[in-house]
Design a protein around this ligand. Structure first.
Ligand code: SF4
Ligand code: SF4
Ligand code: SF4
Length: 197
């Protein structure tokens, strides 16, 4: 297999892996992270400087601190990379980003929404009290002691649904995997704050 074929195969793998992610901003960040994890030859200015700046701005998008100018800048960098990159990898990376950046799901990050609930800064894990059977399984898996509540005891009556302390929750997702009743859900943090939950 030639060097070019090896590079090509890697690119196909990156695309396949990126497609497993739903959020277009996370996909784009994953793609550029993979691109920058390989050797950077530095032959073309838009790629060697722009790709690092694009990554910084993509991190701002997924981190919930981006503004319209970040999106405009990522677009400008990607367009320049498509035009001036000398290798296919540089062009394909920029094209991948441009193919996703205009989607509603990408731009709504500026308003504090990740509709795929994949960007951690935009989400909260909460317990729906009506669905919680007080079994305590989630309490046992939370390594961050973010869940409060007392397991049901046969000799006691009363209703004490479990709760998640948001300040402690690291959004690791372990509790949601084990809850037998589907009482733990991921919600949009901004919407919940707006209604005071
Ligand atoms: S686009 Fe390709 S050739 Fe140009 S600097 Fe980037 S990696 Fe090197
Ligand atoms: S695992 Fe689910 S049902 Fe059990 S205590 Fe936790 S939230 Fe409630
Ligand atoms: S998401 Fe992780 S840290 Fe947060 S409550 Fe669930 S298990 Fe604990």
């Amino acid at each position: 297999m030639t060097q070019e074929e090896l590079k090509e195969k890697k690119l196909e793998d990156i695309i396949k892996e990126a497609e497993q992610i739903k959020c277009p901003a996370q996909k784009s960040l994953y793609f550029i992270d993979e691109f920058l994890s390989g050797p950077m030859c530095g032959k073309c200015f838009p790629c060697s400087f722009g790709s690092y700046e694009a990554r910084i701005r993509l991190k701002r998008v997924v981190g919930g601190i981006a503004a319209d100018e970040d999106i405009a800048s990522i677009k400008r960098i990607s367009s320049n990379m498509i035009e001036a990159s000398m290798c296919k990898k540089g062009k394909d990376t920029a094209k991948f980003i441009l193919d996703h950046i205009d989607s509603k799901e990408f731009t709504e990050h500026i308003s504090g929404i990740c509709s795929n609930n994949e960007c951690l800064e935009f989400i909260k894990y909460i317990i729906i009290p009506e669905k919680c059977t007080i079994c305590g399984i989630c309490l046992d898996v939370c390594k961050d002691n973010a869940i409060t509540g007392e397991k049901k005891k046969s000799y006691l009556s009363g209703y004490h649904p479990f709760e998640i302390a948001q300040k402690r929750c690291t959004k690791c997702g372990e509790c949601i995997k084990v809850c037998p009743t589907g009482a733990i859900v991921i919600v949009n943090a901004k919407e919940r704050e707006a209604v005071g939950v």
